[in-house]
Design a protein around this ligand. Structure first.
Ligand code: SAM
Ligand code: SF4
Length: 366
């Protein structure tokens, strides 16, 4: 049993020590955090607005100390299976939107998805994320059976990232063994959301997110950095929204412009601002599972690893077989995050990976 109160005490002592080497402005953030164990909107906005390298590095250090003291220096690796690139939606930023007729569509048969999950678990992964476009080809029954089989036969956690399904469906998936859901709110600014989501499902998404929390899912959400007309204030509100709605997994990624989409000429989101958002989020929702996202890695692979020292504690590795993966182009030049290379890099950085992953990946039986 993890003794959280001991970790909090240890953290407080470390932060008090850290204040010795920090400038006045950073110490104001530390003091607020020490008092409330979270940040408010103004402090989040201040972190997001940091431009000067010296100050940014310092706030990253504070976020890192908070993460590693409360959540340890183990980086969790989760395996994503992108099982279908069919989608009925038309989000303006996304390369697999329904109206994109320039991509080759695929669906992985359910039996094959199970085999991919099985190999992922054998390689040392303890969470399998099932991700796809919004694709009704896989009925609720299909998903329910697949989730049940993966969870019970492979004895692994199942996370789902398949967009909006009915409340009843999510209830069934929960009973079948799914314990986590990812459903990003993308932006809490309704005007921006509706400008880039022709389906105008803003209220539905938020209502569904709240319902998922109520169902007992470890619920994930997140936002995109660099959407049209987005301000730092909007991003600060995204982070506060996730705190207030009990979001436990947080995926924040920069926007990446994508061929043959309505936003193809928009500039990519900023990797620097994404790191600021990670630090601000860690200090606002200290126990969150927060991946250093593939979107960040696609813009700058070094930054994806740097993020592990700025508050992030998860990396998602790709299990989708190459023949399918090359068509899961939600954005251009999407990198392949491979399990072995990523785990090795984490270890080379002096960080840890979970014991099960370490054993299965690196310690072969004689
Ligand atoms: N269809 C499901 C959904 O939208 O929730 C799950 C899959 S969707 C591809 C997963 C995430 O990809 C979205 O939540 C969105 O934030 C992200 N995404 C899609 N296109 C992107 C782009 N061009 N740049 C950055 N992120 C993007
Ligand atoms: Fe479909 Fe998700 Fe892409 Fe939107 S972001 S078009 S729902 S796959």
């Amino acid at each position: 049993m993890i003794d959280i109160s001991k970790r909090i005490e240890r953290l407080k002592a470390r932060l008090i020590d850290l204040k010795e080497e920090m400038p006045e402005e950073i110490n104001k953030v530390i003091d607020y955090f020490l008092k409330h164990m979270t940040l408010n909107y103004e402090k989040v906005l201040w972190i997001l607005s940091l431009n000067e390298k010296g100050l940014k590095d310092k706030i990253y250090k504070v976020a890192d100390v908070v993460n590693k003291t409360l959540n340890t220096d183990i980086i969790t690796l989760k395996g994503v299976i992108e099982f279908s690139n069919y989608c009925k939606k038309n989000c303006y930023y996304c390369g697999i939107r329904a109206q994109n007729d320039k991509i080759k569509r695929y669906r992985i048969p359910v039996d094959e998805i199970f085999e991919i999950a099985k190999n992922g678990v054998k390689s040392g992964l303890t969470t399998i994320i099932l991700q796809s476009g919004e694709d009704d080809y896989y009925s609720d029954e299909d998903m329910e059976r697949l989730i049940y089989k993966i969870h019970h036969e492979l004895k692994t956690a199942v996370s789902i990232s398949i967009g909006e399904r009915s409340k009843e469906a999510y209830e069934r998936f929960r009973k079948a063994g799914a314990s986590k859901v990812l459903l990003k709110h993308e932006t809490i600014n309704r005007k921006i959301f509706e400008n880039i989501h022709p389906d105008k499902d803003y209220d539905l998404r938020i209502e569904l997110l709240d319902y998922l929390v109520k169902l007992g899912y470890i619920t994930g959400s997140g936002n995109i950095i660099g959407l049209p007309d987005q301000t730092l204030e909007d991003i600060a509100k995204d982070i506060i929204f996730m705190k207030e709605h009990n979001i436990k997994m947080i995926g924040i990624g920069p926007f990446i412009s994508t061929y043959n989409t309505p936003l193809e000429n928009l500039e990519n989101g900023s990797a620097e601002l994404t790191l600021n958002a990670y630090a601000a989020t860690r200090l606002t929702i200290p126990f969150a599972q927060m991946p250093a996202t593939t979107a960040l890695g696609t813009i700058d692979r070094d930054y994806q690893f740097k993020a592990l020292n700025c508050g992030c504690n998860v990396i998602m590795v790709n299990l989708t077989p190459d023949e399918y993966r090359e068509n899961y182009n939600i954005y251009d030049e999407k990198i392949k995050v491979d399990l072995l290379g990523t785990a090795q890099k984490i270890l080379d950085m002096g960080l840890k990976i979970p014991p099960y992953t370490l054993r299965n990946l690196f310690i072969k039986e004689a």
